[in-house]
Design a protein around this ligand. Structure first.
Ligand code: NAP
Length: 323
């Protein structure tokens, strides 16, 4: 019988999706003795999973509940197959991305400040913010108090499972979409990331939704910020390490761009980090995929993969094949 280790903290009712013929072994946080398993479903929090790993024996297959798996290959080694929960977090993360774009373009962080101060007259700050970030000094009457998403150009960097869902949610806003991924293709047109420099100046909004890898680490640095439009909005729903944090702090503090980040580098962001105090920035603490449906969807993805594994069928969401 295949032994499947899973985080003991999970609701057992959700594990009824697992195929017959497996022995489910709950793995407590704080476990301090060796446990033999064949398949490991790690805790979504990598620090807890990493604490557990030294006690696990016999793992041949890892079924991650996350889409991003960057810490797993270096931990488990090349002889273990790793699959992710591709698709399980699409809805939640795509909705976060749309919300973040609209929140920044409608100046919601500023209006929340104004609400908290209880001072209606501060609404004139929105007009100043618009001028500062766009460098648009034309006289408007009434003065500009927010911006529109409709008609803007959105560059989606990473056109995979979630990137496609972000495009789907953006469709009603009649935005112009530019897509970029590792490899170029047509129908729809997806540009290679090597064309990045020529794509960046065309975008009002740049959405990052690609994995953190050796190639994507630090993809957005001083040169990329310099290429962006004045006041462009950078939305990072992917991983913090894709953006060079020092350059991001500089680009925000100098008023070049604005940003919405669900992820940062470092993470967790220390309490005294300069990023917390940057202007024109909305930070959420890596919650993009964390809806009440997270566990159920992730475990369903793991169960489907496990069923294929037991039947000897090709696995669907392999991020590392065992060598
Ligand atoms: N904030 C959150 O809570 C949250 C939640 C879920 C996921 N995520 C992050 O989102 C990432 C994407 O998830 P997904 O399910 O959409 O993954 P996916 O289906 O595997 O798609 C990844 C996309 O990124 C592209 N890509 C890979 N390396 C690239 C590079 N160096 N430069 C440009 N594009 C590159 C791929 O290009 P090709 O199509 O050419 O292969 C593909 O289009 C995950 O890895 C995870 O880190 C974050």
């Amino acid at each position: 019988m295949l032994r499947v280790g899973f985080p003991a903290i999970l609701d057992r009712n959700l594990l009824t999706v697992m195929p017959e013929g497996v022995e489910l072994i709950p793995l407590e946080d704080g476990l301090d003795h060796p446990v033999e398993i064949d398949v490991w479903i790690p805790d979504p929090y990598s620090t807890r999973a990493l604490r557990l790993w030294p006690h696990l024996r016999g793992v041949r297959l890892v079924l991650s509940m996350m889409a991003g798996t960057e810490w797993i290959p270096g931990t488990v080694g090349r002889h273990v197959t790793i699959c992710n929960a591709r698709g399980a977090h699409n809805i939640c993360t795509a909705e976060w991305t749309l919300t973040a774009i609209l929140a920044l373009l409608k100046y919601l962080p500023l209006y929340l400040d104004i609400q908290r101060s209880g001072d209606w007259r501060r609404r004139s700050e929105a007009s100043r913010l618009y001028q500062q970030i766009t460098h648009d000094e034309r006289p408007y009457h009434p003065p500009v108090k927010l911006e529109e998403l409709t008609g803007k150009t959105v560059l989606i960097v990473g056109y995979g499972s979630i990137g496609k869902d972000i495009e789907r949610l953006l469709e009603p806003f009649r935005v112009h979409i530019i897509r970029a991924a590792r490899s170029p293709r047509t129908e729809p047109v997806v540009h290679a990331v090597s064309e990045f420099d020529s794509l960046l100046p065309r975008a009002d909004v740049i959405v990052l939704i690609l994995p953190l890898t050796a190639e994507s680490k630090g993809l957005i640095g001083p040169r990329q910020f310099a290429l962006m439009r004045q006041g462009a909005l950078l939305v990072n729903a992917a991983r913090g390490g894709i953006v060079q944090t020092d350059a991001l702090v500089e680009a925000l503090n100098s008023g070049r761009i604005r940003a919405a980040l669900d992820v940062t580098d470092p993470e967790p962001l220390p309490i005294d980090h300069p990023l917390w105090r940057c202007p024109n920035l909305l930070i959420t603490p890596h919650i993009g995929g964390s809806s009440p449906l997270f566990d159920a969807r992730s475990l369903k993805a793991a169960a489907d993969e496990l069923r294929r594994y037991m039947k000897g069928e090709p696995l669907q969401n392999v991020v590392q094949a065992a060598t």
